[in-house]
Design a binder for this molecule. Sequence first.
Ligand code: TXA
Ligand code: MG
Length: 351
Amino acid sequence: MIDTKIYKIDPNNMDTNLLDEAAKILKEGGLVAFATETVYGLGADASNKEASNKIYKAKGRPSDNPLIVHISKKEDVQKIAYVSHKDAKALMDKFWPGPMTLILKKKDIIPFDTTGGLDTVAVRMPDHKVALELIKRSGCFVAAPSANTSGRPSPTKAAHVIEDMTGRVDAIVDSGDVNIGIESTIIDLTVETPMILRPGFITNDMIKEIIDDVITDPALLDNSKGEFVPKAPGMKYKHYAPKADLTMFKGDIKKVIDKINVLAFEAKEQGKKVGIIATSETKDAYECGEVLVIGDRIDEKSIAANIYSVLRDFDLKEVDVIYSETFYSRGLGEAIMNRLTKAAGYKVEEV
Ligand code: TXA
Ligand code: MG
C-alpha cells in the first residue's frame, strides 16, 4: 500500500506549491492522478519505463494496451513522434489543446513499455489548466490512461479516483468534476486517410470541416458479432462496465418507457433491485426501480458528462439489473452510444 497524498488544486486559483510537489513526484518516477477536460488521468513519466509499468500495475491493465502521452506545448509532439501526415498540422492547430489524440510513429525517447509494444504513440495536449501546468512543471511527457481500475467506468470526479486508486498511487490531484465526461477522440495518422479509432467529443463532422476525409475503424460501427479487431487495443476490452447487467432499449421513446416499466415490475417481483437510466424529460414516467437521470435528451453534452458517474452510482446502489433508454447516435451521440453499448455488452433491444 502506498500512502496516497490528496492535493486539492482549484483550476481558477492554482496553488503553485502543491503543483510543484505533484510535479516532483512525476519527475522522480511516481504516479499522480489528475483531471483533464475529458476524464481523470493516471500520470507517469512517459519516457521512464519503470514509471510506465507502475501505471499498468496500479490499474491492473493488460500490458498490450498502450498509454496516451500528454504534452503541454504543441511543439513537443515533434520530440516524441514523427509528424509527417499532411493533415497533422491542421488538426493540431484546430483541436489542441483539446479532446483529440493522434496516433503517430514514435521516436526512441518513448519506450515500448509505454506503447504496449507498438512502434506508434498516442499523443494529446489536454485542455485543462491544472493538467497543462502540472505537465509543464514536471518537465516530462506524461503517459496517462483514464484513472480507473481496468474495466471499471472512467473517473469523472475526484471521488471516483479516490475510490479506485487510494493506496495504489503517490498522489491524486483533486480539481473538481471534469467538463466533458467521455474520453478523447482518437485519430490514427499512420495511414493515408485519417481513421477514427475511438469516437469522442470531437465528431466526424467537426473533423471533416478541417480536413478532406476521415473514416471510422469498421470495428466500431457494428461489431456485435466481434468479427473485427479494433485498431486501438483498448477498444477490444469489455470496458466501462457497471457490475449489474445492463440492457438498452431502442425505438419510439413512449414504447421504450412502457417496455422498461413492464420489465422493471417483473424484475422487482422476482426480488431483484432494478436501476433505470432515464433523462430529465422521461424520469417521471417510470413507475418503479432506482431511476437515475443521465442528462437532458435535448442536450447531448449533459448526457456525456454523466454517463460514467451514473454507472458508478448504480454500482454503489448494488442494483442487479439496469435498463436504459438509447440516444440519437450521430455527432456526440456516436461517442455516447459507443460507451453505453459497450457497457451493455452490446445488448440493445428494439421495441
Ligand atoms: O481523454 C482521454 O483520452 C483520457 C485522458 C486521461 O487523456 N485518456 C484515456 O486513456 O482515455 P486510456 O488509456 O483509457 O485509453 C487510451 C486508448 C486505448 O483504447 C488504447 O488502446 C488507445 O488509446 N491507444 C493508445 N496508444 C495507441 C496506439 N499507439 N495505437 C492505437 N491505439 C492506441
Ligand atoms: Mg480508459
